[in-house]
Design a binder for this molecule. Structure first.
Ligand code: AMP
Ligand code: MG
Length: 649
């Protein structure tokens, strides 16, 4: 990397990155630099004000209801006329020659000894002071009714202004406009309100590798996930999101884009380029955009340490870490409080539940750590099951129900601890069926059919061994596994132990995968292909992780050979296929459906058994029975076969 033109500036950046602030300190400094923030206001129609905060008190311009109004269908009367009425001595009232419907202006007074028919919502005529319900009267000849009970003055009457009185403050500054507030405002005739204008937030992704969703993915490219995530989260928290696209790591071009964005917006949020890798340039620009500049670069958060907070001439500028999960957590924890205050909105309140962590959760000392969890109904209450695949994995978010927070002074959470779980959505719905273990595209077919039938399923891919452990702890109903036991030369059954039983799944053909047209392996048997690969020093293999069934098979095939690529040990069939397709390796062992989906050539070796370890204690649960039944359906067997799997028997 070339030396920056101004070495003093470079040093000051070094320093900032070395000074890691605690989460609380960073937030306090950031808020102190942003606030007070003069919230701009604007007038909006009721419909357009939904979700915004009122910027001024609203007083009722009229009385609601605007007149004394009947609450029931009946007759407008003078209470005094009925004071002596009883079963023995009914009062007789003469009906006036009008009937008051909603929207009718009464023409005739109710004089002593008379009554006027009135509908619910009708305005009270002059002279009347109460309503008698129609059910409590009897017709007594033409134009006369009989009443056998008294009424108190004001009975079934709503007086003018009893709901909202003219001049009364009905909604206060800061109230967030929802459907109920819109109803109140409409009822007193208000059609426009003054609200806090949404802060205009420019969002900008940085990275040479980024491609916008919808465009074809180029080599070494990845789709821009942060742009859409942050835009949506800004909107969810009262901002007006303006996504400006992804910019390459070009300092001059990025600086221009940031200056333009800052001129036209209240706040600027970038992602990526905040760590000190080659090409990480965005944080360097901050010092030149306005004072005071960088407030914090490096916060004791996990994930999210490279977070960079700045204020440039009064406007917050934030660089979120590049990894989508880190970007999300830091946004919600550190940026949302500031954004909501700028929008005039109250602090966000996230729903929480209490759950037990099933095993010891290690944590880094000195950082506030967020651990995503999915909730599972355990033997005694909710269990919070960490789901993180690392901060680079976007699916961690969609599979999790919420997160636990581990304070900086804790280096672990002991097994069995009860902790608050902050929920991503207010209603946790514990799924009907929980499947934890090895992933298979065939499993998706079965789960899909179950879901369509109304059974909600959570399926977590943690590998066979992780699934077995979860099953032994009773945290799932089923653990899909494919474990080969070399001693007995058999799959899965030897691994079960007490409390678990085997449900046969299907077979997956394992084989030697290579690129179509690679002449080194074309037309060979699997044994010939392996021999050819081992005798050619230019041939690069891709292995599998320790503990996987495929690895055991590979080690048997290799014997004592350790060809180039042996130490490349990804954890999934898909990763093996991707390595070969992208020419990072020339051959590997994977299953047929995955090899075919990646467009690879495939020589069959042996069948792997993909079965289910069923927690016996959960066997009678309806969702488990539904799963077992679905597995047997002829149409499911047919789609599995079509996808390249074969029956277990
Ligand atoms: P960086 O902070 O720029 O070094 O990025 C860290 C990691 O996050 C890299 O793997 C990036 O490819 C990834 N990343 C950065 N920006 C995005 C984005 N907008 N969407 C998805 N991944 C990203
Ligand atoms: Mg980057």
């Amino acid at each position: 990397m070339s030396q920056p033109p101004n070495s003093i500036r470079h040093d000051s950046h070094q320093e900032q990155f070395l000074t890691i602030l605690s989460r609380e300190e960073a937030l306090a400094r950031f808020e102190a630099a942003v606030f007070p923030w003069a919230i701009p206001t604007e007038e909006r129609t009721l419909a357009e004000a939904l979700g915004l905060a009122l910027a001024g008190d609203v007083t009722a311009p009229i009385d609601v209801p605007p007149f004394d109004r009947s609450n029931v269908d009946g007759f407008a009367v003078r209470a005094a006329d009925l004071a002596a009425a009883s079963e023995a001595l009914p009062a007789r009232l003469t009906l006036n020659a009008e009937s008051i419907a909603c929207g009718t202006v009464p023409q005739l007074p109710v004089l002593a000894g008379t009554a006027t028919a009135i509908a619910t919502g009708g305005p009270l005529p002059r002279g009347a002071d109460a309503i008698i319900m129609v059910e409590h009267t009897q017709p007594a000849g033409a134009g006369v009714i009989e009443v056998r009970r008294g009424v108190s003055p004001g009975q079934f009457v709503s007086n003018a202004g009893s709901d909202m009185a003219r001049g009364e403050v009905v909604l206060r500054t800061g109230t967030v406009i929802g459907a109920r507030e819109i109803g109140m405002l409409a009822a007193c005739g208000v059609s426009r309100v003054t609200v806090a204008r949404r802060p205009r937030v420019a969002i900008l992704s940085t990275g040479d590798e980024l491609v916008q969703p919808g465009a074809p993915l180029r080599q070494a490219g990845i789709y821009d996930a942060n742009g859409p995530i942050i835009s949506a989260a800004v909107t969810e928290n009262g901002g007006e999101a303006d996504f400006l696209g992804a910019f390459p790591d070009d300092e001059a071009a990025l600086e221009r884009a940031m200056r333009d964005a800052l001129a036209a917006h209240d706040m600027l949020i970038l992602s990526g380029g905040t760590s000190k890798g080659a090409g990480d340039v965005s944080y360097r620009i901050l010092g030149r955009l306005g004072s005071p500049g960088v407030i914090a670069h490096g916060v004791a958060l996990k994930p999210g340490k490279p977070l960079c907070l700045a204020v440039c001439d009064g406007k917050p500028v934030v660089i979120l870490p590049g990894f989508p999960t880190s970007a999300m957590f830091t946004f919600h924890d550190m940026i949302v409080p500031v954004l909501r205050r700028m929008a005039g909105l109250p602090p966000r309140v996230d729903a929480q539940v209490t759950a037990r962590v099933p095993f010891r959760v290690p944590s880094e000392l000195g950082r506030t750590e967020f651990v995503m969890v999915s909730l599972v109904e355990g033997q005694d209450g909710l269990a919070a099951y960490p789901t993180g695949k690392g901060s680079g994995a976007i699916t961690s978010f969609t599979q999790a129900d919420g997160f636990i927070r581990i304070e900086p002074l804790a280096d672990h959470i002991p097994a069995g601890s009860e902790l608050p779980v902050t929920l991503f959505t207010p209603q946790v719905r514990v799924p009907d069926l929980v499947v934890i273990g090895s992933h298979c595209t065939g499993l998706d077919l079965v789960v899909g059919a179950l879901s369509r039938g109304g059974t909600s399923v959570r399926s977590l891919a943690v590998g066979s061994l992780g699934g077995l452990a979860a099953a032994k702890r009773g945290e799932c109903d089923l653990a899909p596994i494919h474990l080969f036991d070399p001693k007995t030369q058999s799959y899965n059954a030897p691994f079960l132990g007490d409390g678990l039983e085997l449900v046969p799944g299907w077979r997956r053909m394992q084989g030697f995968a290579f690129r179509q047209g690679d002449k080194r392996f074309g037309g060979m048997s699997a044994e010939e292909a392996i021999r050819a690969a081992l005798s050619n020093p230019d041939c690069m293999m891709v292995n599998r992780n320790q503990g996987s069934g495929t690895r055991i098979l590979i080690d048997q095939l290799l014997g004592s050979a350790r060809p180039d690529g042996y130490w490349n040990q990804p954890r999934s069939h898909n990763a093996v296929a991707a390595a070969i397709a992208q020419e990072r390796a020339d051959w590997g062992v994977t299953i047929a459906p995955v090899a075919h989906a990646a467009g690879l050539a495939f020589i069959p070796l042996t069948e792997e058994h993909y079965d289910f370890a069923l927690v016996s204690a959960r066997k009678e649960r309806p969702a488990v029975q539904a799963f077992l039944a679905t597995l047997q359906l002829p149409e499911i067997q047919a789609v599995l076969e079509e996808a390249g799997f074969t029956r277990a028997d």
